[in-house]
Design a protein around this ligand. Structure first.
Ligand SMILES: [Zn+2]
Length: 89
């Protein structure tokens, strides 16, 4: 009798653990859906300090040469690659 009670208790604890972990996964997934990220690339001219922001494109890397600066015609380079939070529509 006592052993079966122990088993029931163990089973209940296991069930409780399963439910709480399931809830945690569910909440995390919801959070992930709410928070979307966009990767941006910041291009900077080292001569005059002109900066331009555009969406990240495959093949982008820091210090990659980009088009010429519209202000002073010098070579611009990728200065920063970063993520920004995009609010859900
Ligand atoms: Zn410039």
């Amino acid at each position: 009798m006592q052993i079966s009670e122990l088993y029931t208790l163990l089973l209940l604890m296991l069930l409780l653990f399963l439910i709480t972990s399931l809830i945690r996964v569910f909440i995390e997934r919801k959070k992930l859906k709410r928070e979307q990220f966009q990767t941006l690339t910041l291009i900077k001219c080292s001569k005059c300090g002109y900066t331009e922001e555009r969406e990240f494109q495959t093949g982008d890397y820091i210090l990659k040469p980009e088009k010429e600066c519209p202000k002073c015609k010098a070579q611009t380079r990728i200065f920063k690659i970063y993520d920004v939070k995009v609010p859900r529509k």
